[in-house]
Design a protein around this ligand. Structure first.
Ligand code: AMP
Length: 116
């Protein structure tokens, strides 16, 4: 089974790629919600956070350090940013291939809204 992100990782599909190494790939979100909106994805297909094992800790650790590096490059490290990983239905996950959103470049407001 493949995913749209696996095709971006392999170069089969185009993207605005900003970083790639042997574990993760980062590219700009096609539908950005802020001036900086980058997705940092695992090169290997891991559908959700629920599917992670201890063997994947190098990948998840790399996702964090790449997020930090890209935030510096984007000039948003000091102003601040948000890292988001959605999981399954209630988390609002749309693409079932592990990815972290790096979002910043404007005030992002409260993390979640109270339900009315
Ligand atoms: P999530 O809801 O966490 O699964 O987020 C999926 C994200 O992938 C959304 O923000 C989409 O805008 C983004 N997305 C979907 N297709 C592409 C694509 N081809 N290139 C870049 N971003 C994409």
């Amino acid at each position: 089974m493949t995913t749209i992100f696996a095709k971006i990782v392999s170069g089969e599909l185009p993207s605005k790629m900003v970083y790639q190494d042997e574990l993760v790939t980062a590219f700009r979100d096609i539908n950005p919600i802020a001036p900086t909106h980058i997705l940092i994805v695992s090169n290997k297909i891991i559908p959700t956070v629920n599917d992670l094992t201890e063997d994947d800790e190098k990948i998840t650790g790399r996702m964090m350090t790449v997020a930090k590096k890209l935030a510096e490059e984007e000039g948003i490290a000091e102003s601040g940013y948000r890292l988001i990983i959605n999981c399954n239905g209630h988390g609002g996950q749309e693409v079932f291939h592990l990815h972290m959103h790096l979002v910043g470049g404007r005030p992002l407001g409260p993390m979640l809204y109270h339900q009315k």
